[in-house]
Design a protein around this ligand. Structure first.
Ligand code: NAD
Length: 501
């Protein structure tokens, strides 16, 4: 493998790049070419503490910065991001592999959270009750927590951090972002943008690293809360360790998203949706549909319609006019392909085989084309495991009840969708299904920024979902104040529990 670029991707501390003292690095690769394009500085303990200390030092002044000033900076950040998002999209495509239009899409969804956070003065408003007791007033306020850690996965290097940091910063916290080792440059670009927008040094910091950096965020007493997104085993570990160390933690985990297609559905709409949600971003989305549950006798027709739409798709370099890019690493590509091998061995039917794809990209790219597998049963690893690749499995059932049971028996509960023209069936589904985010004739139901994003069961550990009012609550603590201004008529000794009069 040729090293085309020896640039070092550093940390960000106090408003500028920080090389750190560790000699440890990890290669960063362009998945479409297989070339190493940079070396990521992996923090040692000293580096991690330096970044956390910077966030802790910046907290008192940022906490006391007026809401007017904070929102001015957020508006500037939003304007700069909107004007220059093309640059960020190119960085994402070069390190993640997703096509440019998809990279722009993720930035757009992150930008919505910035726009939501621009309304923080309204979101932080408390309540006020005059004369709750005689001449006693009661009111509530919400205050920031302190330095907070955000630990993000490879699949959305811009959007996932933006689910959290706009709200955290707007609410008066300081941030330490620990990006994925696979695509860390987007975080540095965002840090530069914050500096340009006028954010004081130390409010937004980037800590590059692996488990060592994560463990220091989980254990360091200065860090008050952790927002984590990644695979379920690591989410469980982060939740257990962070809470054991007295921190507030929201840990979003993996997924296995089902889409039910009922016999009365518009099969063309459903087939379009299955292709978009199954193969978009090469299936590396936590809201991707990986199991299509076909109810009744529509399966043959629906599968034929999906094949018709899948065959012309171009898998290739995301900077070209491709529909779908490569997988993020060679290891991941081989793991996904091994699941397809296992499905074939277990007796499922490979209808479209992505293992033989002719990709429009470099010979060393991590290619796997869209793969459609029919007659999948619930005991096959292709069904039981999160695959996180462009693999759509078709499970055939006879009734709606069987379809619902499949979803509710699944340990994950991130997203799901139903395709039907029957409003009563859709309404019943939204009521009965044990999943956090539901689409009705919508395949990837990612909620808007003013609602909250998060799954159920093994897809989320903690009580709070991301952004929306739940996000504001996660990054703030409430206080209730009971006040009485001096009034001589209310003096006197009374050792009883305060009662209202
Ligand atoms: P991952 O769990 O491997 O990594 C996530 C983060 O944890 C990274 O920053 C990584 O450096 C860190 N990490 C990895 N191993 C660790 C360890 N042993 N100890 C401490 N930290 C560790 O996940 P990934 O492969 O980057 O991302 C894909 C996963 O993320 C999928 O499972 C996907 O479903 C999930 N995801 C979930 C959501 C959601 O909203 N629920 C959103 C996006 C991605």
């Amino acid at each position: 493998m040729t090293i085309t670029d020896t640039r070092v991707i550093a940390h960000w501390l106090d408003g500028k790049p920080f090389a750190g003292t560790s000699e440890n690095t990890a290669p960063v690769t362009n998945p479409a070419t297989g070339q190493i394009t940079g070396r990521l500085a992996l923090a040692n303990l000293e580096d991690a503490r330096a970044v956390i200390d910077a966030a802790a030092a910046a907290f008192p002044a940022w906490r006391d910065t007026s809401l007017a000033r904070r929102t001015q900076i957020l508006f500037s950040f939003r304007e700069l991001l909107n004007a220059r998002k093309g640059e960020l999209a190119e960085i994402i495509t070069a390190e993640h592999g997703k096509v440019l239009s998809d990279a722009l899409g993720e930035i757009g969804r992150g930008q919505e959270v910035v726009e939501f956070a621009c309304g923080i003065p309204h979101l932080l408003k408390g309540g006020y009750t005059e004369n709750a007791s005689t001449k006693v007033d009661v009111y509530s306020i919400r205050q920031p927590l302190g330095p907070v850690g955000i630990i993000s996965p490879f699949n959305f290097p811009a959007m996932v951090p933006m689910w959290f940091f706009p709200v955290a910063i707007a609410a008066g916290n300081t941030v330490i972002l620990k990006p994925s080792e696979k695509d860390p440059t987007a975080a540095i670009w965002l840090a530069e943008l914050w500096a340009e927008a006028g954010l004081p040094p130390g409010v937004f910091n980037v800590l590059q690293g692996d488990k060592l950096a994560v463990d220091e965020l989980l254990e360091n007493k200065a860090v008050k809360a952790i927002s984590f997104v990644g695979s379920t085993p690591i989410a469980q570990y982060v939740y257990a360790t962070g809470t054991a160390n007295g921190k507030r933690v929201q840990a979003l985990g993996g997924a296995k998203n089902h889409a039910i297609v009922l016999p009365d559905a518009d099969l063309d709409l459903a087939a379009d949706a299955m292709v978009n949600a199954g193969f978009g971003s090469a299936g590396e989305r936590c809201m991707a549909i990986s199991a299509l549950v076909a109810v009744g006798d529509i399966a043959d027709e629906l599968v034929a319609k999906i094949v018709e739409r899948t065959t012309p798709l171009v898998t290739g370099d995301g900077t070209k006019n491709s529909d779908m890019g490569p997988l993020v690493t060679k290891t991941h590509r081989d793991k996904v392909a091994s699941y397809v091998d296992a499905g074939e061995k277990d007796g499922a039917t490979i209808v479209v085989d992505g293992r033989t794809v002719q990709a429009d990209g470099g010979p060393d790219g991590f290619w796997l084309g869209p793969t459609l597998i029919d007659h999948v049963t619930t005991d096959m690893s292709i069904y039981t495991d999160e695959i996180f690749g462009p693999v759509l499995s078709v499970v055939r059932v006879d009734t709606y009840d069987q379809a619902l049971e499949l979803i509710n028996n699944n340990p994950y509960g991130n997203g799901t969708a139903i395709f039907t023209n029957d409003g009563g069936a859709a309404r019943r589904f939204q009521n009965e299904v044990e999943v956090g985010m539901i689409g009705i004739n919508v395949p990837i139901p990612v909620p808007m920024a003013y609602y909250s994003f998060g799954g159920w069961k093994n897809s989320l550990f903690g009580d709070t979902h991301a952004h929306g009012t739940e996000g504001v609550h996660f990054f703030t603590r409430g206080k209730a104040v009971t006040s009485r201004w001096l009034d001589p008529s209310h003096g006197g000794i009374n050792l009883g529990f305060p009662e209202n009069s």
